[in-house]
Design a protein around this ligand. Structure first.
Ligand code: BES
Ligand code: ZN
Ligand code: ZN
Length: 476
């Protein structure tokens, strides 16, 4: 959305939002009885071209509420009647400038991208085209900050579209091309390695998952953001994302009700790409490397079977006990390759990795685990700022033990008891591929894709994690 500025309300603004704390209405818009400013109260007066938004009691207002309240106001205006929406900026909002802007910008998205004709036009017409900030009390540096938020939100929408998009469009090649396109304008480089390269580099785990895909290849994306300056000389930060285009489960086929939305299984990879798109705009000072393995998990005569043994990039052999535990396989090669090649200061991986995480934490928290307390705490803190909450799950040595194989080094699922502490065991498996290097794993299976969106989200892909990582990286 375009953001512009105006000192006062003008006739070109289709409607102006006036936010008020409870009983602190400073302008006389309507009869005092009609609007008190209670939290979540909305009074739309089209004839006066105003929307009054209640923020409740000032001392009760929390960061996450602000985002929700402004999102609610914008949603009330997304009906095709309003192109240019104004926001009357009152000084007390200055503490919450990020949340106000995110609240206004995040909902302005629709998922009806594959509709045609009138229906598509209708969905597009409902979007708000321009936000006008009205007022003179803006905090210092506001405009640059607003541009940054706008770019981040645009990337959240971009990730939503990739995650929601159908797998016959959002294919391995599609995502690879998106990365190339993004790199051209985003100030980072991308290398796309194909199956021949994967074979030469002995990435047997990615190739094992890809084996059932016929001539639909696997790819490994390596992105690199290299800013100028002293901080960029330090060891890089590595982001790794699961890019599983569609997860049928393989021979351990997913049943109906579990298979339908498995195009979401590349959300980790899409999020890494989404984060790379904002690094330059945010002026991130550190070098950042992104690694995204891309493949589908399909079935044909060559598909991997339970009881196959794969050899990963680091030479470890893996018993395939369950072909549906494929995410940890493709991440195994990606992590081992990334750690060895780039020697990062630390690694963060994101993956829609386990159904167990959805059961444990729902769509409110993503799971976080890892081998470095400080890194985990910093990620949890960043998540509190953006309201993309993280909850730490334990990595116990018994879980690592459970992932050891009997005839091979490791196994991708433990027989019979894989439903117990499923997310932790997946994490414990990944740990074998980062060795001692600092690492945190985000299981976003419950948060990346939702049926019931929060007010600032869209149904399906949420873009969860883009704002969190942007917040984390801009402070580093
Ligand atoms: N992609 C799934 C996990 C998932 C489930 C993501 C629901 C999003 C929503 C993953 O590949 C998977 O199938 N994991 C298995 C592991 C098990 C076989 C050890 C699971 O969680 O059931
Ligand atoms: Zn699976
Ligand atoms: Zn999967």
């Amino acid at each position: 959305m375009k953001i512009s500025y105006s000192a006062a309300v003008n006739s070109k603004i289709d409607i102006a939002i006036y936010p008020y704390f409870e009983n602190k209405i400073t302008k006389k818009h309507v009869d005092a009885k009609l609007f008190k400013g209670k939290s979540g109260e909305i009074l739309l007066v089209p004839t006066k071209k105003i929307l009054l938004l209640g923020l409740g009691k000032k001392d009760k207002l929390e960061s996450a509420d602000v985002r929700g309240l402004f999102a609610k106001a914008v949603k009330a205006l997304m009906n095709g009647k309003y192109n240019k929406v104004g926001l009357y900026w009152d000084k007390p909002l200055n503490n919450f400038d990020t949340e106000v802007l995110e609240g206004l910008l995040l909902p302005n998205h629709h998922v009806a991208k594959y509709k045609t004709g009138k229906d598509l036009k209708k969905a597009n017409d409902k979007l708000i085209k321009e936000l006008v900030i009205i007022g003179s009390g803006l905090p210092k540096g506001f405009k640059k900050h607003a541009d940054d938020i706008n770019k981040i939100v645009e990337s959240v929408h971009y990730v939503r579209d990739i995650v929601t998009g159908p797998p016959n469009t959002v294919s391995v090649d599609f995502v690879a091309n998106e990365a190339k396109k993004a790199a051209r304008s985003g100030g980072f480089s991308v290398k796309v390695y194909d199956k021949v390269w994967l074979k030469k580099n002995k990435m047997g785990a990615i190739l094992g998952v890809n084996a059932g895909s016929g001539n639909k290849g696997a790819k490994l994306l390596i992105m690199e953001y290299k800013p100028k300056g002293a901080a960029a000389k330090k060891a890089p930060i590595m982001l790794v994302g699961k890019g599983l285009i569609f997860d049928t489960g393989g021979y351990n086929l997913k049943p109906t009700k579990y298979i339908e939305d498995m195009q979401q299984d590349m959300a980790g990879g899409a999020t890494v790409l989404g984060v790379f798109r904002v690094l330059k705009q945010l002026g991130v000072k550190r070098r950042v490397v992104g690694v995204v393995p891309l493949t589908e998990n399909l079935i044909d005569a060559y598909a991997m079977k339970p009881s196959d043994i794969l050899t990963a990039y680091n030479g470890k052999t893996i018993e395939v006990r369950n072909t549906d535990a494929e995410g940890r396989l493709i991440l195994a090669d990606a992590l081992a390759y990334g750690v060895k090649t780039f020697k990062p200061e630390f690694t963060i991986d994101l993956a829609t990795l386990t159904g167990a995480c959805v059961v444990a934490l729902g769509d409110r928290y993503a799971g976080v685990m890892g081998n470095d307390k400080k890194l985990i705490e910093e990620l949890i803190d960043a998540g509190k700022v953006t309201d993309e909450l993280l909850w730490e799950l334990p990595l116990h040595k018994d879980f690592s033990e459970a992932m050891k194989g009997i005839i091979g080094d490791l196994r991708n699922a433990d027989n019979g008891t894989s439903y117990m502490a499923g997310s932790s065991k997946a994490g414990a498996f990944l740990q074998y591929f980062v060795d001692k290097s600092k690492w945190a794993h985000l299981d976003i299976a419950g948060t990346a894709y939702v049926q019931k969106p929060k007010v600032h989200e869209s149904q399906y892909g949420t873009g969860y994690g883009v704002r969190l990582l942007a917040e984390f990286l801009r402070k580093i």
